[in-house]
Design a protein around this ligand. Structure first.
Ligand code: CMP
Length: 140
């Protein structure tokens, strides 16, 4: 198994409810190391750029408005098979389908307000990490 890095975002529904620490504990308990982290307030244009791949989806405008509504915490997680492991810890996109003990099962409010985002593949992880962080900010 390879050591990977993945981009994680703690979304506005979770920062609003003061859940950053509890979500980070789930990452760390799963063996993922938080090697970069910052709290930022995205503009709607920045959210739109980050989620450009979803531009044609009916929920795109709602998604961008939500992601710019309040601060988010962006972070880089590192560990063995970090991309898949993070997806496992997050649970299914829709909290109604998420397994017991996952972040989305425990904290998400809906498919839109689903508390966390995680990269879905190595190629997207590199692009998404570079969207928010310079190499100097990644301290493994
Ligand atoms: P995320 O992993 O951040 O990637 C894209 C996001 O779009 C996804 O999580 C959901 O929060 C959001 N999303 C997916 N489907 C819907 C939907 N039907 N309505 C609103 N938001 C959605």
């Amino acid at each position: 198994m390879a050591i990977e890095r993945t981009l994680s975002i703690i979304k506005p529904d979770a920062t609003r409810r003061n859940l950053t620490g509890r979500i980070n504990a789930k990452f760390e308990d799963a063996g993922l190391r938080i090697i970069a982290q910052k709290r930022i307030h995205l503009t709607k244009a920045q959210a739109g750029q980050f989620y450009a791949v979803h531009a044609e989806r009916p929920f795109y405008d709602e998604l961008c408005t939500f992601m710019a509504s309040e601060p988010v915490v962006v972070q880089v997680l590192e560990g063995e098979s970090a991309i898949a492991k993070n997806r496992e810890v997050m649970g299914a996109t829709n909290p109604a389908d998420a397994a017991e003990g996952t972040i989305r099962k425990d904290f998400a409010l809906s498919v839109g307000e689903n508390s966390v985002h995680g990269s879905d593949a190595p190629e997207t992880a590199s692009v998404e990490i570079a969207f928010f962080f310079s190499g100097l900010e990644l301290v493994g």
